[in-house]
Design a protein around this ligand. Structure first.
Ligand SMILES: NC(=O)c1ccc[n+]([C@@H]2O[C@H](COP(=O)([O-])OP(=O)(O)OC[C@H]3O[C@@H](n4cnc5c(N)ncnc54)[C@H](O)[C@@H]3O)[C@@H](O)[C@H]2O)c1
Length: 318
């Protein structure tokens, strides 16, 4: 029997590659990636998933040939997981203008095609759209920071795509992701757990940016996949927005550093430096961020505890 087709943009990245690994038995997977921040190669992924179609393509610079290919591909695609984007506080800090321009170009070219074929789209949005608000409920009014601080461009990008999916009447589910982490997540662009673990193991030092009282809630990748298994198959949440995160794994960054130190049983020095010693004035730290997951809990309960997340990521450095 032929499997329905799933197209994954950013499919060689951390989250996209896990989607491919977890859905290849039910879906024939096609991946688009421009290899800008990928964490796996297509050959590694094929070793796990078998046959996968791959197209090295920059969605922000589509040629006529690329557009023709996408037209043909989307014609018989059942699910489109849209996970390609410039990611990470550090990466956005380095090139904020490029991130905004690219997202606009991607939306300009891609969304009319999704509308034409009415492709069910799972869009990876972000908790960033909640700005500095502590309570994050899907239907609340949003309040992001001013354009003087360019990092907010990332939140605007995500929100713009959320609006456009609705205005094009593309059947979609928007996932607002709250610090989803796990093995193979890059430590390069400010993802805190992989970075702290790598630094602890490789340098014996964990650096906290700011006073360490900022809070975050961490969610294991398997809990994103668990929730996707339901959302991809069911239509109940079509055209809705859902927070994906784990409210039980809420810690301050200082507590996190100590938990990593204790879990790894390493002699690690924990130092604090000012946030803007590491990040430019275009960036500003978020003080408190935790998801409301009442909507998620209607069909899925996140399971992996913070200590187990740390152990799982640390294993990939063995
Ligand atoms: N991991 C999280 O906690 C989190 C939180 C909020 C939002 N998100 C969103 O989830 C998505 C995936 O994040 P991730 O953590 O897997 O990041 P990632 O950097 O590992 O994956 C992104 C992938 O997209 C590719 N890519 C980037 N720009 C592209 C372009 N123009 N054309 C084609 N491919 C392109 C990269 O090469 C990379 O493989 C992103 O949209 C991100 O904004 C993730």
């Amino acid at each position: 029997m032929t499997r329905p087709k799933m197209l994954v943009s950013g499919g060689l990245g951390f989250l996209g590659s896990e989607i491919a690994k977890n859905f290849f038995q039910e879906y024939a997977i096609t991946i688009i990636d421009n290899l800008s921040t990928n964490v796996v190669s297509i050959d590694d992924l094929k070793d796990i998933c078998g046959e996968i179609t791959y197209r090295n393509m920059d969605l922000a610079k589509l040629s006529k040939v690329d557009l023709d290919w996408l037209n043909t591909e989307l014609n018989d695609t059942t699910i489109f997981c849209h996970f390609a984007a410039a990611v990470g506080v550090k990466k956005i800090d380095q090139s904020p203008r490029e991130a905004i321009i690219n997202e606009n170009k991607i939306n300009h070219d891609l969304l009319p095609l999704l509308a034409k074929y009415k492709t069910k789209t799972i869009f990876a949005s972000s908790s960033e759209v909640y700005g500095n608000q502590e309570n994050c409920v899907e239907d609340q009014s949003l309040q992001i920071g001013p354009p003087d601080i360019l990092r907010w461009g990332y939140a605007c990008n995500k929100l713009m795509t959320e609006f456009l999916l609705k205005s094009y009447e593309i059947p979609h589910i928007t996932l607002r992701l709250f610090n989803v982490t796990g093995p193979r997540q890059s430590s390069k662009y400010g993802m805190v757990i992989p970075k702290m673990i790598r630094d602890a193991i490789k340098t014996g030092k964990i650096t906290i940016y700011g006073d360490g009282t900022q809070t975050r809630s961490f969610c294991h990748i398997s809990d994103l996949i668990g929730s996707l298994k339901y959302l991809i198959e069911q239509d109940k949440f079509t055209n809705q927005t859902i927070n994906i995160g784990n409210d039980q794994n809420r810690v301050t960054i200082e507590e996190l550093a100590h938990l990593i130190k204790d879990t790894l049983k390493l002699d690690v020095e924990i130092e604090k430096i000012a946030f803007n010693d590491e990040y430019s004035a275009n960036s500003k730290d978020i003080l408190k961020r935790s998801p409301s997951i009442e909507k998620l809990k209607q069909f899925y309960r996140p399971q992996v505890k913070l200590k187990a997340i740390i152990e799982d990521i640390a294993k990939s450095y063995e």
